[in-house]
Write a protein that binds this ligand. Structure first.
Ligand code: 13P
Length: 263
């Protein structure tokens, strides 16, 4: 699986959230595909368009022979049935969608998803060989109360409860402090590195140190071309999950280039 975390090659993924329309999604995907091909293979690049454009984007990229990875912004854990509005792992795989985000803070805090639901989604996806970027992170109140590492640990233990060690190669973690998302307030490299180090410690406790050492831990939250290099230079930061700056190809590709050049 090409998304696999071999040697923690940096991974940079654009989460488009509920943005673009059909034409602009296709144009953005094509521009990112062209630009990432010229950056080369020192970084793995992916995009997460809205569900409704996944089919068109995947077909277009396949027709162009692109290696750009396409993921969904969420997925449901049941394989089929009476779950109005939900999308299964099998449906995504049917389209050629390789991975999904789970536990994004907007799913947790805007749509009310529990740690347990995020765990079920994560387990269902990886057990079907579908890649996952499991998103975790504390709110501002939790940070102010000194609970950053405790919240991350709780979300990790619940999010990974149904995941086996043999499935870890298609799983990455994204640490996205909620207060840094879409606010322009990026975590300082020191704060991010400290959280990432603690996250790797929890993975080591759950699965062993070698597995923790192989696991990609991405940073997300107001990553921009002018702060990407400093963040990606931290030893435990293996790339980024990019929101606002992924909606135009030029800043997104500069962020991908920064990841390629810092490892
Ligand atoms: P911003 O880069 O817009 O802060 O969003 C981060 C994010 O939520 C990516 O999933």
């Amino acid at each position: 699986m090409t998304m696999s975390s071999a040697a923690r090659k940096p991974l940079v993924v654009g989460n488009w959230k509920m943005n673009t329309d059909r034409a602009s999604a296709l144009a953005l995907a094509r521009d990112v595909a062209g630009g990432s091909a010229s950056i080369g293979d020192r970084v793995v690049v992916g995009i997460c368009p809205p569900f409704v454009y996944l089919d068109a984007v995947v077909r277009d990229l396949q027709a162009a022979g692109s290696k750009l990875h396409v993921g969904a912004q969420d997925v449901y854990f049941e394989p089929e049935g009476a779950f109005t509005g939900e999308v299964s792992v099998g449906m995504l795989e049917d389209l050629g969608v390789e991975f999904s985000l789970t536990g994004h803070s907007e799913r947790r805090h805007v749509l009310g998803e529990s740690d347990e639901l995020v765990g079920k989604k994560t387990a269902a996806a990886v057990s079907a060989g579908h890649g996952v970027i499991l998103c975790i992170g504390e709110t501002l109140d939790e940070r102010r109360a000194g609970r950053t590492d405790a919240v991350n640990e709780r979300q990790l233990r619940a999010g990974l409860a149904g995941v086996g060690a043999e499935q870890l190669s298609i799983l990455s973690i994204a640490y996205e402090p909620v207060w840094a998302i879409g606010t322009g307030n990026t975590a300082t490299p020191d704060d991010a590195q400290s959280a990432h180090h603690a996250i790797r410690g929890v993975i080591a406790d759950l699965f062993g140190a070698p597995e923790a050492d192989r696991m990609r831990v991405l940073y997300g939250g107001s990553v921009k071309p002018d702060n990407a290099r400093e963040l990606f230079s931290c030893p435990d930061i293996d790339g980024g999950l990019i929101g606002g700056a992924s909606l135009k190809s030029e800043p997104f590709l500069r962020i991908a280039l920064a990841a390629a050049e810092t490892r």
